[in-house]
Design a protein around this ligand. Structure first.
Ligand code: NAD
Length: 344
């Protein structure tokens, strides 16, 4: 796959990228927040360009927003030698990339991720797409951007809760692939973490995994640790009042405790490692209340997981710190037990 990722001030990486190719036109796709907080940094570096601004948030990662983006591209008479620059979090990266990958059978695009989550996870690996009829990332393609330009300085305007959410994917990368880094991060409080170093570390791990298995036939599934129950919890909480909703990483943190417990029950990790993981995650994210009704909904929702085959629900589980196994079938009673364990 060999995706090009640069971690540097955008004032250096973007001119360098642009100097290599003569694009016919440049279109920037932003959401209402990144237009305000991040686009001003690019504005004067870019040649003549158009900005398409869409409303922010997962609720807008839809076909109707894509239609507006495609309409703007068509109105600008973009040809196949044009460039799309997606500046934003995972929503803009996934959706803007999808729009570019489909427009006239595909034009060049680059990702400029501006949330911690998108810098350490969503911008790398070529998964693009949108939600459809309530199903997350239901329509999409694999297509790698021409480049990913990561500038940790964009995190300066990001609310703390968003940073904490993105941190969950960093924790996951350490747990599945680097025991020494797990030791390092768990010794520090959230406030004392060193983001530029952790971003580079996560990107390296994700790149290594997706290079080996770009289309998720095998190894790439390890990136789903914490995500089977985590996604189900996230979806279950989508229907709750706004003040009860969970950010993606907050739900994945819950999923990582539950799935670490499943790993322990299968004798794949020690009691000590399970205790380390839950202590660190509870200290960073606190505990979320899950009602008995929610428990059954969560278990039902795991049936929608993209890793499943037939009726079996398949998990990626830890087999020690820094190692992960995949395609492990877990039953509903086992899941129920792991949720009960989380709730204590
Ligand atoms: P997001 O894109 O919605 O961004 C979160 C919020 O932060 C938004 O309100 C956004 O406007 C705002 N924002 C972004 N950058 C900012 C900045 N620098 N300053 C101030 N505000 C800023 O959400 P996200 O957490 O970045 O990404 C979640 C999405 O990523 C989901 O749709 C998920 O499916 C997707 N995702 C994709 C992959 C993949 O491999 N493609 C992996 C993980 C997640």
């Amino acid at each position: 796959m060999n995706q090009s990722v640069t971690i540097a001030p955008i004032s250096e990486s973007l001119p360098e990228f642009l100097s290599a190719t003569n694009y016919s036109k440049v279109v920037v796709i932003a959401d209402s927040n990144t237009r305000k907080y991040c686009y001003p940094t690019l504005k004067d570096i870019l040649p003549k360009h158009t900005v398409v601004t869409v409303p922010s948030g997962e609720a807008n990662k839809t076909l109707s927003t894509c239609e507006k983006i495609w309409q703007a591209m068509t109105k600008e008479e973009l040809d196949r030698h044009a460039l799309v620059i997606n500046i934003g979090g995972g929503v803009i990266g996934d959706m803007g990339g999808f729009c570019a990958a489909v427009y006239k059978r595909g034009i060049d695009f680059i990702q400029v991720p501006t949330t911690l989550l998108s810098q350490v996870d969503a911008s790398v690996g070529g998964k693009l797409g949108i939600d459809f009829q309530g199903f997350k990332n239901h329509l999409g393609v694999f297509n790698i951007p021409k480049s990913v330009l990561i500038d940790p300085a964009f995190l300066g305007s990001l609310p703390e809760r968003e940073i904490r959410s993105g941190f969950a994917e960093i924790i996951k990368h350490c747990l599945i692939a680097d025991a020494a880094k797990w030791e390092e991060i768990r010794q520090r409080d959230f406030e004392a973490q060193k983001w530029p170093d952790l971003i580079a570390h996560s990107v390296q791990i994700k790149q290594r995994v997706v290079d080996e298995d770009p289309t998720e036939k095998g190894l790439r599934k390890i990136l789903n640790f914490g995500h089977t129950l985590g996604h189900a919890v996230e979806t279950c909480f989508l229907n709750k009042p706004a003040n009860k909703r969970l950010y993606h990483g907050e739900a994945i943190a819950i999923g990582m405790i539950m799935e670490s417990y499943l790993s322990f029950e299968r004798k794949m990790i020690t009691q000590d490692l399970l205790t380390e993981i839950e202590e660190f995650i509870f200290a960073t994210y606190g505990k979320v209340k899950i009602s008995a009704e929610d428990v059954e909904e969560i278990i039902t929702l795991t049936k929608q997981d993209k890793k499943n085959r037939g009726k079996e629900v398949r998990f990626s589980l830890l087999k020690g710190a820094g190692q992960c196994a995949y395609d492990i079938v877990v039953t509903a009673p086992e899941m129920r037990k792991s949720i009960a364990y989380y709730l204590g």
